[in-house]
Design a binder for this molecule. Structure first.
Ligand code: NAG
Length: 139
């Protein structure tokens, strides 16, 4: 039931005043999510979110993962998880993880940032790659 409610809430779209360009955005519980259609390194994406929103997105349960995954249907993009050990950019304490099989593998000892793939699973990736991302804004 909780998952179903999350779906419904996720469908609540927000419209913008005419003429004001905004990124696609939606709400889940009390968090506003914005999918940012710009390609940035993980660190630049974090900066972008912290200045313009609250932070890179945290994913704390399966319902949130499903909602966020829907935005990843084109290509993988950054989420707020990073290494040493794995922690969330916004300080979320969630232990929820959705790794793809055999991930994280820290390929070349150079994969410290996490992307979500179109199927909703997570992969550790090179932070210097440029990807789209989702910012969250808590209210
Ligand atoms: C905040 O958003 C503006 C407009 O999209 C962008 O030009 C700027 O670079 C962003 N700030 C950071 C620190 O990324």
């Amino acid at each position: 039931v909780h998952l179903f409610l999350s779906f419904l809430l996720g469908l609540l779209l927000v419209s913008s005043p005419a003429g004001v360009p905004v990124q696609p955005m939606w709400y889940l519980h009390c968090t506003r999510y914005s999918w940012i259609n710009l390609y940035m390194t993980w660190n630049k994406a974090q900066q972008f979110c912290r200045v313009n929103y609250t932070d890179l997105v945290s994913i704390r349960n399966e319902g949130e993962n499903v909602e966020i995954m829907k935005k990843a249907q084109g290509s993988p993009f950054w989420i707020g998880l990073f290494n040493d050990p794995w922690k969330w950019s916004d300080g979320a304490q969630s232990k929820f993880k959705k790794w793809k099989n055999w991930e994280p593998n820290n390929w070349n000892l150079n994969e410290k940032c996490v992307e979500i793939r179109p199927d909703g699973t997570w992969n550790d990736a090179d932070c210097s790659l440029q990807k789209q991302f989702i910012c969250s804004q808590s209210k």
